[in-house]
Ligand binder design. Structure first.
Ligand code: NI
Length: 181
């Protein structure tokens, strides 16, 4: 397994709408495994292929089990967490509203409260290319929406008011500049 470098805002690749995976083959499975490795090293709860410079609709998540329907939990790593590998994920239904303080591996050092759907139904392919559907609520629902946004070139800061976004981006740029010194 190898690890990817995670692209940081304002890398233009983060704005790209990713292409659908036409065939789940060994190269896609390898991509998934390398993304899992990269997410774990970075201690993230989710990672989209877009964030590692790969133009494919693939996301991985490592989220609490609460809120996820149990029949998709064959890959339980620990009792309370579930590792999800989703190819061509799509939100087919959503409802409710939830606000949560989000961060992103592509925007290190900043967080903000984002409003999203509280429950989502996702349709996707698994790492063997089989279609499945899952329901999620709470943190898994938030993480799924955040990662699927990445595949469309959308970042969590885009979901804030313009004023909040500008303040946050200013703070981020300042922190990045300080780090570069
Ligand atoms: Ni992110």
């Amino acid at each position: 397994m190898s690890e990817f470098e995670i692209l940081k805002y304002p890398d233009p690749f983060l704005r790209k709408k990713a292409s659908r995976v036409e065939r789940v083959d060994s190269s896609v499975r390898r991509l998934v495994e390398d993304m899992v490795e990269t997410m774990r090293r970075a201690k993230g709860v989710g990672l989209a292929a877009t964030q590692v410079g790969v133009d494919k609709r693939v996301v991985v998540l490592d989220v609490p089990l609460i809120g996820v329907n149990e029949d998709i939990c064959e890959e339980l790593e620990e009792r309370e967490r579930v590792l999800l590998k989703l190819i061509n994920p799509e939100i087919v239904a959503s409802g409710g509203e939830i606000e949560y303080e989000e961060g992103c591996l592509s925007l290190p050092g900043i967080t903000a409260d984002v409003v999203r759907a509280a429950e989502v139904t996702i349709r996707a392919l698994d790492a063997d290319g089989r279609g499945f559907e899952m329901k999620a609520g709470g943190l898994p629902a938030i993480a799924l929406q955040h990662e699927i946004d990445h595949l469309d070139g959308v970042l969590f800061i885009d979901r804030l008011s313009r004023l909040k976004r500008e303040l946050l981006v200013r703070k981020y740029r300042k922190a990045m500049a300080a780090e570069a010194v």
